[in-house]
Design a protein around this ligand. Structure first.
Ligand code: THU
Length: 156
């Protein structure tokens, strides 16, 4: 019998260690948080996608009284980015979350459905999607979405 081990590299750094462009993208995700529509969970999430053409597209979670009809910040942002710039790769996706009057201490990590959609963006443009997950205690940097979604379902 053979054993396969799966590992992922996540860099953890302080916001102040980021370069100006990285800080700018995190700031855009934090601003997008404030435009979220999350009256049911009261958990507001914002995302900012830096595209290969240097555009920054932001989005946030959009909830609905019929709960499953809502959508997470990551998918709202990526679908919007892809609908505006269908030929442009997504370079980095920053995410921040806010609840009980403050940003979360720990970074929020995308749900399984969002990981699958981020993977589609990575495969579609054959360009790694770098993730920056903001928390007050530190920022997680993940170089490609496949680190968060190993053994993913791909095309055949
Ligand atoms: N949510 C996101 O938008 N992104 C995540 O990464 C985690 C969860 C949203 C979904 C729902 O509107 C609220 O946060 C609570 O789960």
């Amino acid at each position: 019998m053979k054993e396969l081990k799966i590992s992922a590299k996540i860099q953890v750094c302080d916001y102040n260690e980021l370069n100006p462009a990285e800080k700018n993208l995190i700031d855009a995700a934090k601003e997008a948080v404030m435009r979220a529509y999350a009256p049911y969970s009261r958990f507001q999430v914002g995302a900012a996608a830096l595209l290969a053409n240097n555009e920054i597209v932001t989005g946030n979670n959009q909830e609905n009284v019929a709960y499953p009809s809502g959508l997470c910040a990551e998918r709202t942002t990526l679908f919007y980015a892809n609908s505006r710039f269908p030929d442009t790769a997504v370079d980095t996706l920053a995410v921040a979350a806010y609840t009980n009057g403050d940003f979360t201490e720990e970074p929020v990590s995308p749900c399984g459905s969002c990981r699958q959609v981020i993977l589609e963006a990575q495969n579609r443009y054959n360009h790694p999607v770098r993730m920056m997950l903001y928390g007050k205690k530190g920022v997680y940097i993940i170089e490609k979405i496949t680190d968060l979604l190993p053994l993913s379902f791909g095309s055949f």
